[in-house]
Write a protein that binds this ligand. Structure first.
Ligand code: BGC
Length: 857
C-alpha cells in the first residue's frame, strides 16, 4: 500500500499566515520494497477556484516543489491535493491546506502605535538600566457571534499578547530577531476562541527585546527608541459580515510590574506595582514595507527540567542545580513577605569549590519584589543560558518550587545517534543541547554573553544542525536576514542580523588590520555560500540556492575583486597575488588552543592564521559557487567560477606550497590545505608527515581553531590515518571532545579548556555549538551514514570496520523519510525510505538497494 505522509507547505503542516508562494514536500510510505515515485500531481484550490494544477509531472521530486499557480490572494485558505503514482503502479492521494496572511503592504490598515512614555537612557548598559515594559491595550465591542478571527501582530520590542486576559499561545519573544530595518516579521494567530460578543480587550505587553536593547540594536536607518505595536484583528461573524480592529489612536499604554526588561541581562519585576493610568499612544509612521509573515516556527518551550540538587556553597550561597545547561527561563513559585526582594542569578558553571561563578562578563539576573501574594513567576522578556541559579532573598528554597524551562525555536527532531561508548553518547547529547540552546530565532554563538548570529559559527555547524533537526525554515529565515545585511559591494558581516555593537567592533578591530571600513571575514562571511550549499547537499533544497544565488555571487565577486584590487604584504608577483584574498580583517582560525594568549587584544595569531584562512576560504567559496551554478544549470557562471577557482588554487600553490613545509607551523594550515584539496601531488607525503608529526608532538591532541577543527578527522582519514582520527576523537586530555565530557560538560564549550584540570572554570562560554560540528563526522564515519550529493534520494552507507566500537546506530529523518543504520559485529541493518536508493559497503562488498529493510551479515 502506498501512502502520502507529512504533507507540508513550506515545511509546515497546514500553516496559517504565509505571505509567499509556498513549496510543497511529502514523504511516501509504502509496504512494497523498491518503491520509487514515478509521477506527482499537485492541485491548489480555494473553495471555489482552482489556483494551480501542476498536471502529471514525471518526476521523483517530492520536496521543495514550488507553487506556480496564479497569484495568491490575501486571507485565503487554499486546499492542496497531492497525488502520487509509484513505479509499482500504486497511487495515493493526500490533502492539506495553508492560509495566506496579508500579501500586500496595503492590506495593512493598522497604524503604528508608539509609547510616548519617557524612557530614561542609562549612561552605561548596567543590569536593571533598561526602562519598564509597556502594556499596549485596545478595548473593542463585538456585536455578533464570531465565526473566525485572525490577529496579525508585531512590535518594535518583543511582545506578549493576551485577549481578555488570556495568553494566545506559548510562543516567546515575538517578533523574532531579524534585520528589523528591512525585515520585521509579523505573527498570525487564530483567535476565534478568544473573542466574545460584547466588550473585549486585546493587550500586547512589550519588553525591550532585541530591537531596543543596547546589545542588540539593529544597524538601520531611522532607528527609533520607543516600543511600538502594530496589529490588525480581522473578525468574521457567523452571518458573514466582517470587522477589523486595528492599532490606531484608541490604543492606550501604561507601564506596570516589569520595571526593567533586558533580553540579555534579565528582568526586574515589582509585583506590588499595578499598571499605571492608561495613556494615549503616539501614531508613528513606520510604514508596512518591512513587514513579512513569519514562515518559521516560533520559539516555544522544549522541555521542563526539575531541580537535581539544592545546596549551600562554601561561600554560604544557596544554589540550585538543574543538572543540565539550557537556554530559557525558570518558573518559580514565590512565596515571600511583601517588599521582600528576591534575586535569581543564572550561571553555567560553578567555581572549583562549587560557588557561584560568572563566566559571561554580564550578569544574568532576575529580581522579583514581592507583594506578599504567593504566585508562579516567569520572566517575560528575557532568557538566560544556565544550569544553576543562585537564589537570595527567598525565605524558603524548595526544589518543588523551581522548574527550568528550555526554550528553542520549534523544529522537528531529525536525528538520533547512539553507540556502545557511553562517553560518545553524552557528547552527542551535549551537541543536541547546544544546538537547541543556540537556536532562539537565529543561530547564535552562545545563549549568554552575546546571543549573536555569528556567521562563522553556523557555517561550521550547519551540516550537523541539519542532521539533528529540521532546521530548513530556520536557516532560510536567517539567510533572508543575511541577504539584507549584505552591503552593496557584497560584504557579509560577522553577525547576522547585524547590530550596532558589532559594527563598532568591526571598525575598532578593523583598525588593527589597517582597515577603515568593515570588510568580509574569511570563514565567517563565507557562510553566504557555504550555508546554502550545505543545505542543498544535505536535503536537496535547490530553492535556497535559487533564492540566494545573487547574494552568493555578490559575496564571491567581492572576494575575487578584493584579491585582484588589493595587494597583500607578502611581496608576491602580481600574477600570483591578484588571485589571493590576502588583505582585510579576519579572525583567522580563531581559538587555536595553544595560541589563545596571542589572540585579542593583540590579534597576533588571527593575523598570522588569516594568511592562510583568507586565501583558502576565498578559494573554497569560489569553487563551491561553481558547483552551485552547475546545479542550477547556469553554465556560463559555472565555467567562470571554475576557472577563477583554478587560478586561485594555482596562486595558493605557487605562493605557499613550493617548499617542503607550509610557511606556518600550525596544524590548521595543513588540515585546511588537505581538506580543500589544495596540496600539490608531490607535497602530499611531506605535508601529511608534517601534520602527523605536529599532532604527535602535541601528545595526539588537536591544536586547531574554529575553521580547521571541522575538517581534522576527515583529513586524517584522507591521508590514510583513520587510526589517528579515532585517537583524536577518543583523546581524553584537553583539548579534546571527551575531556569536556569527562569534566561533566552538559553542552559543548567554546574553549576546550573552559574548565581546567583542577576544576577551575574560565570566563568563556560553556554552551557554544561550533565544536559540536564533530556530530556530522560521528554520523558519517562511526555510524556510516554518508548521505548523498543532494540529500538522500540516493545515499551512501559505509560503516567502518576498524572503529573502536561494538555497535553504533543512527537514524535520520530525510526529505524521503526515515533512514536508519545500525551495525554490530554480526551485521548491518539498514532502513531505506520509499523513493530512495542506497549504495552500501559492508564486508568488503558493494550493494545497491532500494527502499525497505535490509540486513547484511
Ligand atoms: C563568539 C564566537 C564568534 C567569535 C568571532 C566570539 O565572541 O562567541 O563564537 O564566532 O566571537 O570571533
Amino acid at each position: 500500500m502506498l501512502k502520502i505522509d507529512r504533507l507540508t507547505a513550506g515545511r509546515a503542516t497546514a500553516p496559517l499566515g504565509i505571505d509567499r508562494a509556498p513549496y510543497f514536500s511529502w514523504v511516501l510510505d509504502s509496504t512494497a520494497p523498491n518503491t520509487l515515485q514515478a509521477s506527482y500531481r499537485i492541485t491548489v484550490a480555494t473553495s471555489d477556484q482552482l489556483a494551480w494544477d501542476s498536471g502529471d509531472v514525471l518526476s521523483r521530486e517530492q520536496a521543495f516543489i514550488c507553487y506556480e499557480g496564479v497569484a495568491l490572494a490575501s486571507r485565503t485558505r487554499y486546499v492542496f491535493t497531492v497525488t502520487v503514482r509509484d513505479n509499482q503502479g500504486q497511487q495515493a492521494t493526500a490533502q492539506s491546506h495553508f492560509e495566506t496572511a496579508l500579501m500586500q503592504p496595503d492590506d495593512w490598515v493598522a497604524a503604528w502605535a508608539e509609547s510616548p512614555i519617557e524612557r530614561p537612557v542609562a549612561e552605561t548598559w548596567a543590569w536593571g538600566s533598561q526602562p519598564p515594559a509597556v502594556l499596549f491595550s485596545r478595548e473593542f465591542e463585538l456585536a455578533g457571534e464570531v465565526a473566525q478571527a485572525r490577529l496579525y501582530a508585531t512590535a518594535y520590542g518583543t511582545y506578549c499578547p493576551t485577549l481578555n486576559g488570556e495568553r494566545l499561545d506559548d510562543r516567546e519573544f515575538a517578533p523574532e530577531h531579524t534585520a528589523y530595518g528591512s525585515l520585521l516579521y509579523y505573527q498570525t494567530y487564530d483567535v476565534t476562541g478568544h473573542l466574545r460578543r460584547g466588550s473585549n480587550q486585546l493587550a500586547l505587553y512589550v519588553g525591550d527585546g532585541w530591537y531596543l536593547c543596547p546589545h542588540g540594536r539593529p544597524v538601520m536607518e531611522g532607528y527609533h527608541e520607543a516600543p511600538a505595536v502594530l496589529f490588525q484583528l480581522e473578525v468574521t461573524f457567523s452571518d458573514g459580515s466582517r470587522v477589523t480592529i486595528a492599532s490606531d489612536d484608541e490604543v492606550r499604554c501604561a507601564t506596570g510590574p516589569v520595571l526593567s526588561s533586558d533580553i540579555f541581562r534579565g528582568e526586574k519585576y515589582d509585583a506590588r506595582l499595578p499598571f499605571g493610568e492608561p495613556q494615549p499612544v503616539r501614531i508613528a509612521d513606520y510604514g508596512h514595507a518591512q513587514l513579512a509573515a513569519q514562515a518559521m516556527a516560533p520559539i516555544r518551550p522544549y522541555a521542563e527540567l526539575a531541580v537535581q540538587r539544592i545546596y549551600e556553597s562554601p561561600r554560604g550561597e544557596t544554589i540550585i542545580d538543574f543538572g543540565q545547561i539550557i537556554a530559557g527561563k525558570a518558573r518559580i513559585r514565590i512565596d515571600a513577605p511583601r517588599d521582600a526582594e528576591v534575586c535569581f542569578e543564572y550561571f553555567e558553571a560553578t567555581d572549583e569549590q562549587g560557588n557561584y561563578f560568572n563566566s559571561m562578563i554580564a550578569d544574568q539576573k532576575d529580581v522579583y519584589i514581592s507583594d506578599g501574594v504567593a504566585r508562579d513567576y516567569e520572566t517575560l522578556f528575557s532568557f538566560h543560558g544556565f544550569r544553576y541559579i543562585r537564589v537570595t532573598g527567598l525565605p524558603r528554597v524548595r526544589a518543588e518550587d523551581f522548574t527550568a524551562i528550555a526554550l528553542t525555536t520549534e523544529k522537528a527532531d531529525a536525528g538520533r545517534f547512539s553507540c556502545s561508548d557511553a562517553r560518545l553518547n553524552r557528547l552527542y547529547e551535549n551537541i543536541r543541547w547546544s544546538q537547541r540552546n543556540n537556536m532562539m530565532s537565529i543561530p547564535t554563538d552562545c545563549p549568554t554573553r552575546e546571543k549573536a548570529g555569528f556567521t562563522g559559527d553556523i557555517q561550521i555547524y550547519a551540516a550537523t544542525a541539519l542532521l539533528n533537526e529540521d532546521v530548513t525554515t530556520f536557516l532560510e529565515s536567517w539567510l533572508r536576514n543575511l541577504a539584507v545585511a549584505q552591503t552593496d559591494e557584497g560584504v557579509v558581516p560577522m553577525v547576522v542580523p547585524f547590530t550596532t555593537l558589532y559594527e563598532r567592533l568591526s571598525l575598532f578591530v578593523g583598525k588593527e588590520f589597517g582597515e577603515t571600513r568593515i570588510t568580509g571575514i574569511a570563514g565567517w562571511s563565507d557562510a553566504a555560500v557555504m550555508v546554502p550549499h550545505t543545505m542543498h547537499r544535505m536535503t536537496g533544497n535547490k530553492l535556497v540556492l535559487t533564492e540566494h544565488y545573487e547574494t552568493m555571487k555578490r559575496w564571491v565577486d567581492y572576494v575575487i575583486r578584493t584579491a585582484r584590487e588589493r595587494r597583500g604584504s607578502t611581496g608576491l608577483a602580481l600574477e600570483v597575488d591578484q588571485h589571493l584574498w590576502n588583505t582585510g580583517f579576519h579572525f583567522g582560525e580563531w581559538l587555536i588552543p595553544s595560541q589563545e594568549r596571542r589572540g585579542p587584544p593583540d590579534w597576533e595569531i588571527p593575523k598570522i592564521s588569516a594568511a592562510y584562512t583568507a586565501p583558502f576560504f576565498g578559494y573554497l567559496s569560489v569553487h563551491l559557487m561553481s558547483e552551485v551554478a552547475q546545479t542550477l544549470g547556469r553554465d556560463a557562471d559555472a565555467v567562470l567560477y571554475r576557472e577563477q577557482a583554478a587560478l586561485m588554487k594555482n596562486a595558493i600553490q605557487r605562493a605557499f606550497m613550493t617548499g617542503p613545509e607550509l610557511p606556518w607551523s600550525l596544524m590548521g594550515a595543513y588540515v585546511l590545505a588537505f581538506a580543500f584539496d589544495l596540496v600539490p601531488e608531490d607535497k602530499r607525503e611531506p605535508y601529511a608527515a608534517k601534520l602527523v608529526s605536529m599532532l604527535e608532538a602535541n601528545g595526539g591532541r588537536l591544536d586547531t581553531g574554529f575553521l580547521a577543527t571541522p575538517y581534522f578527522l576527515d583529513v586524517l582519514a584522507k591521508i590514510g590515518r583513520r587510526d589517528l582520527a579515532y585517537a583524536l576523537l577518543w583523546q581524553p586530555k584537553a583539548p579534546s571532545w571527551l575531556y569536556e565530557v569527562d569534566q561533566g560538560a552538559t553542552a559543548i564549550w567554546e574553549s576546550w579548556n573552559a574548565i581546567g584540570e583542577g576544576g577551575k572554570p574560565r570566563v568563556t562560554s560553556f554552551d557554544h555549538y561550533a565544536f559540536g560540528c564533530v556530530g556530522d563526522w560521528m554520523v558519517r564515519e562511526l555510524a556510516g551514514l554518508r548521505g548523498g550529493d543532494a540529500g538522500f534520494a540516493h545515499f551512501h552507507v559505509e560503516p567502518p570496520n576498524d572503529a573502536p566500537l561494538d555497535w553504533c546506530m543512527v537514524s535520520h529523518e530525510t526529505m524521503q523519510g526515515r533512514v536508519s543504520v545500525s551495525w554490530d559485529a554480526d551485521g548491518l541493518d539498514l532502513l531505506v525510505p520509499a523513493n530512495s536508493t542506497a549504495s552500501v559497503k559492508w564486508g568488503g562488498q558493494l550493494h545497491t538497494v532500494g527502499s525497505g529493510s535490509h540486513r547484511f551479515s
